[in-house]
Design a protein around this ligand. Structure first.
Ligand code: XIL
Length: 344
């Protein structure tokens, strides 16, 4: 029985998963560790490298959990994707409060960002193959205004120049890591109008590259939901090809395909003939086939591999959603797993 990582290796593709370090060290849940090691050739920290985890108190870094993952990866001959340097979520309170109450000025904020990027990238230097330098900077068509714009804390307080700065600081700290812009809802082009996020991100990275900013790739998260209209592998490939035609590498960085817990779908359900689970499997397949068809797609990473430990039920609650991963809650491979395997 071949592992996903052995099959992916034949294509020169890294197959990865997000890892929850607390579960990884939980001796009462040994299958998590075993499957993370045996099935995947790349790992991403689900939370351990986010700013609030690494620097919960100003100036005091907590490297422990992230280093545990690095160690796990080394033992298992896995790559590590660094996630994430600049993002508006999961920032430490000292930072958001300091900016809010005016004790951190704009000039100080820029210095803080530079110092954070430099410290983190240097700490992991040589151990990280790809860094998500900037995550989720672009708004969505359902935001106001609906024309896509730079959203969130960093754009608000530093203006659009923070993007170029972040990539330059990251490059200076580790010239060998590949530097990625990472975002969701950019798996297919829409009408390429003002509210088409994929088109906006395409133009944004094209301009960054044209101005000599050291960006090496675009990560497409790939958080899909079976309730949405589907796109096919050709459409997904069109986006990857557009990015790689700019000279950028591509990757799927956070793939999962969730379902609303309706229509007879039950938690723990891994029934092969369940239509929602078939749809989930086909979502995985569309992205994987596109990745395999694009020469510059370096890795295909799933955002957790088991429904036992997935962010989906905790995040999408109204209506409840779940069943987004490759294995069910008892670590039985689901249809999605078999489909990914067959595609590889
Ligand atoms: C999620 C984690 O999976 C959760 O455990 C955490 O509570 C919130 O963040 N896009 C990203 C990831 O880039 O960092 C997010 O991870 C999921 C969406």
């Amino acid at each position: 029985e071949q592992s996903l990582r052995a099959l992916a290796a034949r294509h020169g593709l890294a197959i990865g998963t997000a890892v929850d370090v607390d579960v990884l060290r939980d001796a009462s849940d040994p299958q998590y560790r075993a499957l993370a090691a045996s099935q995947f050739s790349s790992v991403t920290a689900e939370n351990a490298m986010k700013w609030e985890s690494l620097e919960p108190t100003r100036g005091t870094y907590n490297w422990g959990p992230a280093d545990e993952l690095i160690d796990f990866a080394r033992k298992n001959k896995q790559q590590v994707r660094g996630h994430v340097l600049v993002w508006q979520n999961q920032l430490p309170t000292w930072l958001t409060q300091g900016v809010g109450d005016g004790t951190i000025s704009k000039a100080q904020l820029r210095d803080i960002l530079r110092d954070h990027i430099t410290a983190v990238v240097k700490h992991f230097k040589g151990k990280i193959s790809q860094w998500d330098v900037v995550n989720e900077a672009a708004s969505d068509p359902w935001d106001t205004p609906s024309s896509i714009h730079l959203k969130g804390f960093w754009a608000q307080h530093l203006g659009p120049g923070y993007l170029a700065d972040a990539f330059r600081w990251a490059r200076a700290a580790d010239p060998n890591a590949l530097l990625f812009y990472n975002d969701y809802n950019i798996e297919a082009f829409g009408d390429r109008g003002a509210s088409d996020k994929t088109w906006y991100v395409y133009n944004m990275v094209r301009q960054l590259r044209a101005s000599g900013v050291p960006i090496d790739g675009v990560g497409s998260q790939g958080h899909l939901g079976t309730q949405y209209g589907n796109f096919d592998a050709f459409q997904a490939l069109e986006v990857l090809d557009a990015f790689s035609d700019l000279g950028l590498a591509t990757a799927f960085t956070e793939v999962d395909a969730r379902s609303q817990m309706t229509d007879g779908v039950r938690a723990g359900d891994s029934n092969e003939i369940n239509p929602r689970l078939q749809a989930s499997a086909s979502n995985y397949s569309v992205l994987l086939q596109a990745c395999l068809a694009n020469r510059h797609c370096l890795s295909y990473t799933v955002w957790g591999f088991t429904d036992r430990h997935s962010w989906v039920p905790g995040w999408f609650t109204d209506p409840p959603e779940g069943l987004a991963t490759l294995y069910d809650e008892s670590y039985r491979p689901k249809r999605a797993y078999n489909t990914v395997k067959a595609d590889l």
